[in-house]
Ligand binder design. Structure first.
Ligand SMILES: N[C@@H](CCC(=O)N[C@@H](CS)C(=O)NCC(=O)O)C(=O)O
Length: 294
């Protein structure tokens, strides 16, 4: 093992604001709002406040799938929450999610406007509201829930563990990278074995379990996360590859990936979504071209 920087934890931890790392400017040890700011509200009952990270993409993929399968009540406004600028600490956002993390949803069609936070809870709320993308029989529903909860419990090892120490930490720590690489590869193997004789996570039907897991592990397998495809040898998980590519080919999934995206290719960025026509008319390449009079 390589030499490590020596650090002796003090008796009582204190907040060193300049501790480095990719997210040093937004990480804080206290909850609650930092500033007053109301959230915008658009014309649809469903108001989403989010960003196209894997946790955000889960929800926009489900909403686009619901719309594609004819659930017109799933029309939504999606507002961009720039977590790098601390939008998640505005008072209006904290009212919707006291945990200050995207995604957060308001359903204004509920008898009393309903807030929903935690991406898994949002997926379940929408699947139940529309009676779609969740098996109706108890065994199928239970399997779907088991995998949905598996994703919610497992992805912090991938994102907060592997991704953080492999890609974002200000220096590389072999112990941390080894520990979380081991766990990430084990999780990919769990999926690969499960998918060996199944098309989808809960068996024969595409469900919110697939949407949740694909957003993290499918996109990892497709080489879209942490520039780590080679390091993790993602190509070797053949069943995960087959499943990830099949889901990636769905038009609603492509649209879901575009919503609230403020990074990457401009034609894939639909920073705010208020109408189905926005995918044609309001992607960032078109907005930029309009600004320059093209
Ligand atoms: N368990 C939460 C995690 C949400 C989460 O970690 N969101 C991140 C972006 S992927 C975030 O908003 N980070 C802002 C921050 O930590 O201040 C969920 O699944 O909704």
């Amino acid at each position: 093992m390589t030499d490590l920087p020596t650090y002796v934890p003090p008796k009582v931890w204190t907040w060193n604001k300049a501790n480095g790392g990719e997210f040093a400017n937004i990480n804080r040890p206290i909850a609650g709002p930092t500033h007053d700011r109301d959230l915008p509200v658009g014309k649809h009952p469903l108001q989403l406040y989010s960003l196209a990270t894997p946790n955000g993409v889960k929800v926009t993929v489900l909403l686009e799938e619901l719309l594609a399968s004819g659930h017109t009540g799933a029309e939504y406004d999606a507002w961009l929450i720039n977590i790098g600028n601390g939008d998640q600490f505005g008072s209006g956002f904290v009212d919707v999610n006291p945990n200050s993390k995207i995604p957060a949803l308001m359903d204004h069609s509920a008898p009393v406007p309903q807030r929903v936070f935690e991406s898994g809870s949002i997926l379940l709320y929408l699947a139940e509201k529309f009676g779609a993308f969740i098996p109706k029989d108890l065994p199928g529903r239970t399997e779907c829930m088991s995998w949905l909860f598996w994703q919610m419990g497992s992805a912090p090892y991938l994102g907060g563990g592997f991704g953080h120490f492999y890609a974002y930490a200000p220096f590389k720590i072999e112990y941390a990278i080894d520990r979380f690489t081991m766990e990430t590869k084990r999780q990919l193997d769990v999926l690969d074995r499960h998918l060996a004789d199944k098309d989808f996570m809960a068996g024969g039907v595409y469900s919110i379990a697939d949407i949740a897991i694909w957003s993290w592990y499918g996109q990892l397998a497709l080489g879209r996360q942490y520039n780590a495809a080679e390091f993790l040898d993602v190509a070797s998980y053949l069943n995960v590859q087959r499943w990830a590519q099949a889901i990636d080919a769905r038009p609603a999934v492509t649209r879901g990936r575009m919503v609230n995206r403020s990074f990457g290719d401009l034609h894939m960025q639909l920073r705010e979504r208020h109408d189905a026509s926005d995918f044609e008319l309001r992607t960032q390449d078109k907005i930029e071209a309009g600004k320059h009079g093209n």
